[in-house]
Design a protein around this ligand. Structure first.
Ligand code: AMP
Length: 398
């Protein structure tokens, strides 16, 4: 079975074509600046290409990508008929869509209803769905929701301590995001630990440009750091994470507009805001090592908050089989992993420096010593593969 995975952002389309017989990637790419000076970066088996293209909207962009996939020179399939299913990443399923599902009119309505809660994400996700339905009307389509894995959080974890009507009338609660990544690493970690998913209790930390953490009990999410929006929780590349909500009206009283404060908390905060130089952990590590105090503070705050969250999730889980680190920072930064492990010494974590050095570049494995009471693992995430597997499962009617 061949599955085409599509992830539409407001001005981009990321895609991968999988051959599910061995889960290999036949082609993948990114179309950027849809609606403007579009550029396609395509990576297929016969080679790569990067070129300026004409993609005034998502529908035109998707047609263009499909044309490349069947192109006689750089294409990897003869015809789009060879695609058996299309899997879409959809950010917000709200309280209605708690699992991946085949796309029909009812599901499209649910995605539309939740656009209010994810105005920057659900509309482009829908545009991608409509574009694929137009381009491949006979191919079944599946939506895989970022929020779905986190829908099992109990009310005591997902409700905010605000007036009840805010929840009942306005749907104000914690939904969480990155669920597909947390689900993928949960399943993979269970496999690596030699356990069934329903037998594992984990703390999964997705540390990339966006950062989030999930407490997993018996294979299911029971708490999560992101909130009604992806702004809550850990410190991120440009997002502030946890913050006293009174800072918002205070900054309004200092002369900023609501839009400016919201933009600043989303785009100018986090590692970038504190360091004043970059949202990229590699830049911060270089600058901190060269003596830059702000970069060092940003890095220290990042680690401190990760450790603090792990500590709090440790106390709510019946046991912790492993802390699982993933995302660009979790998978690659030996120094941040070492610092997290040192911060977790009170919980019995002991780093194995050789293992920590060895793990990176897509490798999975434990970075703590055999004798460590708390195990830390690195498990590279693969959200696209998770979407492809769900699509395969649903299309095959399993
Ligand atoms: P992601 O959003 O998962 O692609 O992760 C992006 C983040 O991973 C950025 O902050 C990068 O600086 C960080 N990252 C990627 N590779 C490394 C590395 N080798 N060392 C430190 N940070 C890295």
């Amino acid at each position: 079975m061949k599955v085409f995975v599509v992830n539409c952002g407001s001005s981009s389309i990321k895609y991968q074509l999988f051959d599910m017989s061995d889960e290999s990637v036949l082609a993948k790419g990114l179309l950027e600046r849809v609606g403007g000076d579009a550029v396609l970066h395509h990576n297929g088996l016969p080679g790569r290409l990067g070129r300026d293209v004409d993609a005034p909207d998502h529908a035109a962009g998707l047609r263009l990508i499909l044309d490349i996939l069947v192109d006689p020179e750089v294409g990897v399939i003869g015809d789009t008929d060879e695609i058996d299913g299309v899997g879409h990443r959809v950010v917000h399923g709200g309280e209605q869509a708690t699992d991946s599902a085949m796309i029909d009119d009812g599901l499209i309505d649910i995605i539309k209803q939740n656009s209010e809660l994810a105005p920057l994400h659900n509309p482009p996700n829908l545009a991608g769905i409509q574009a694929a339905l137009e381009a491949m009307p006979n191919v079944p389509e599946v939506a895989v929701f970022d929020t779905a894995f986190l829908a099992t959080m109990p009310p005591k974890a997902h409700r905010y301590a605000v007036p009840e009507q805010w929840y009942a009338r306005h749907h104000v609660r914690k939904y969480g995001f990155h669920g597909t990544s947390h689900r993928y690493v949960t399943l993979r970690a269970a496999q690596l630990l030699g356990k069934r998913p329903r037998d594992v209790c984990l703390i999964t930390a997705h540390l990339g440009n966006g950062c989030s953490m999930t407490a997993v009990a018996s294979g299911k999410a029971v708490d999560h750091s992101m909130g009604m929006t992806p702004l809550e929780g850990l410190m991120m590349g440009t997002r502030c994470g946890d913050l006293d909500p009174a800072v918002f009206p205070y900054m309004l009283s200092r002369g900023m507009s609501a839009d400016q404060v919201e933009q600043a908390l989303n785009k100018l905060s986090g590692l970038l805001g504190v360091s004043g130089m970059s949202n990229d952990m590699r830049d911060l590590e270089r600058a901190a090592n060269a003596g830059d105090g702000r970069a060092k503070l940003a890095r220290d705050m990042f680690v401190y908050r990760v450790v603090k969250y792990i500590g709090s999730y440790y106390t709510i889980l019946p046991k912790v089989d492993a802390v699982v680190l993933t995302g660009g920072i979790g998978e690659n930064s030996r120094t941040i992993r070492q610092a997290i492990c040192e911060g977790l010494r009170p919980l019995g974590a002991v780093l194995d420096p050789a293992r920590n050095d060895e793990i990176g570049d897509g490798k999975a494995g434990a970075i703590t010593a055999e004798s460590s009471e708390l195990s830390l693992w690195v498990v590279p995430t693969n959200e696209e593969l998770m979407i492809a597997r769900d699509t395969q499962r649903l299309v095959a009617g399993l």
